[in-house]
Design a binder for this molecule. Structure first.
Ligand code: ZN
Length: 133
């Protein structure tokens, strides 16, 4: 049901500094920076093969990325799996006994429709289901 790793989400303190690392040092192609108000994040996407690195900087001390960094420090925050239909994927996950953070899809950067599974039912990994047109 999941077809590939769509992207890996990395929580950073400073987006510009992080972009320097991934773009200038590692040579990935930056193809978009976007603020997602609803999630209080500024996001940068960089391509690597047919997947992406998603860098996330909090726009508010109250945001989920700020809280993540506060407790765990900077680093990998979530792994996003590509799905064809996020509603169908959520229904299937629920039926299989997964705990969901999102009962309904929400808007993600780049026009994606996304939903998160709860790390308590995925061995501590925050898994995002991601549908893109
Ligand atoms: Zn993501």
């Amino acid at each position: 049901m999941v077809s590939k790793i769509d992207h890996i989400g990395i929580a950073v303190n400073n987006l510009d500094e992080a972009i320097k690392l991934y773009k200038d040092v590692l040579g990935l192609e930056l193809h978009g920076v976007e603020v997602v108000e609803e999630q209080k994040v500024k996001v940068a996407f960089l391509s690597i093969g047919d997947t992406e690195i998603e860098l996330l900087e909090s726009t508010s001390p109250e945001g989920p990325i700020a809280k993540f960094i506060e407790t765990k420090g900077q680093g990998i925050q979530h792994i996003a799996f590509k799905v064809g239909d996020v509603e169908a994927a959520l229904a299937e996950m629920k039926e299989k006994g997964m705990r969901l953070i999102d009962e309904k899809p929400r808007y993600g950067a780049g026009g994606a429709r996304i939903a998160f599974l709860h790390p308590k039912s995925t061995d501590g990994v925050l898994i995002e289901l991601c549908e893109r047109k």
